[in-house]
Design a protein. Sequence first.
Length: 117
Amino acid sequence: VQLVESGGGLVQAGGSLRLSCATSGRAFSWHRMAWFRRAPGKEREFVADINKSGDTTNYANSVKGRFTISRDDDKNTSYLQMNNLKSEETAVYYCAAARWGMGYEYWGQETQVTVSS
């Protein structure tokens, strides 16, 4: 099973990007899906997650109101819509997925997001 991310790139501050995380290989029914990021010189931090039914989401305080996580179980894919991006959000972004009763044991390879000021 692999998580394959796409959608990263270079954007100006105030701009938007949409990240995707597709599952390839064996089709698990993911319980939770999430996004994390690691800025240069910093530890990895939680960004957002979503439960299986999609009716419960959690966000880091720093992204509330600007980022939206969603999922399409028919495609076994999660998305992170990022609006009004800030230069300090330049980071590598990772998606993660968890089976029922498990932690985040599956991780994407990362995608670079660069926000220019």
